[in-house]
Design a protein around this ligand. Structure first.
Ligand code: ADP
Ligand code: MG
Length: 239
């Protein structure tokens, strides 16, 4: 079976005065169904740039992105045309939950479905189901300000799951959380990969959760320094 996502030999170069910033300089990563993939590396090493390219939000300067074996992004691709494709196939989670402050947890999640033309009642039912699944059954009616950081992030994850996307991309989703909440969110991503057979790719600095990943790509200066399978990944922690 082909990978859900394959980013192949991607480059992203930004002109800067007389020089060029090589944010990505030939990076290949993939994620298969049921895999939880970690992306690690120092600040400025190209992690977010790679995720934007994988998420079809930015075209690569060179290289290509394949989704289930089909080329969907390349330097000449018109990504505006992929809005519906993105919504159906990719769930995004960022460092900040970015919930709509005047809507309840339930309506924040239901909205993602209504945008996709799901009728209101059905959208709210499914949103409720998702929040229960994520351990927020007692929080459905709360607005974001009444939720802890970890709870807000779980609502954001429920929202990302609403359309049942085969691919979830998360950029430092636990950076604002304490270590206990971080661990819970990372374990949630592991469960999502296992139970939904989704492909989940997470950028993180948190080496304490490395045991949960199937594979970790370590970025450095726009390249992949190493690709570790979970057994070997623990050596990263020691550095
Ligand atoms: P990371 O997420 O690993 O911290 P980024 O992918 O955000 O790294 O950035 C990689 C490099 O590319 C950095 O040097 C950054 O300054 C540069 N960069 C990222 N986006 C842009 C942009 N839009 N314009 C110019 N330079 C950028
Ligand atoms: Mg970043």
């Amino acid at each position: 079976m082909s990978a859900t996502l394959l980013v192949e030999d991607a480059r992203k170069h930004f002109p800067s005065g007389d020089t060029v910033v090589r944010a990505l300089d030939g990076v290949t990563v993939e994620a298969r169904p049921g895999e939880l993939i970690g992306i690690m590396g120092a600040s400025g090493s190209g992690k977010s740039t790679m995720l934007l390219i994988a998420g079809l939000l930015e075209p690569p300067t060179d290289g290509a992105v394949y989704f289930r074996g089909e080329c969907v992004s390349h330097p000449e691709a018109d990504l505006d045309r992929l809005r519906d494709f993105r919504r159906r196939n990719i769930g995004f989670v960022f460092q900040k939950a970015n919930l709509i402050p005047f809507l309840s947890a339930l309506d924040n999640v239901a909205l993602a479905l209504q945008i996709d033309d799901v009728p209101v009642a059905q959208a709210r039912d499914y949103a409720h189901e998702l929040l229960v699944e994520l351990g927020l059954g007692h929080r459905v009616d709360n607005r974001p300000a009444r939720l802890s950081g970890g709870e807000q992030q779980r609502v954001a994850i429920a929202r990302a799951l609403a359309n049942d996307p085969p691919l979830i991309l998360a950029d430092e989703p636990t950076a604002a959380l304490d270590s206990v909440r971080s661990r819970q969110v990372m374990e949630l991503f592991r469960t999502i990969a296992d139970e939904r057979q989704a492909s989940v790719m997470v950028v993180t600095h948190d080496s304490r959760s490395i045991d949960l990943f199937d594979r970790v790509y370590e970025f450095s200066d726009g390249r992949i320094l190493s690709e570790n399978h979970s057994a070997a990944a623990s050596t990263l922690v020691a550095r």
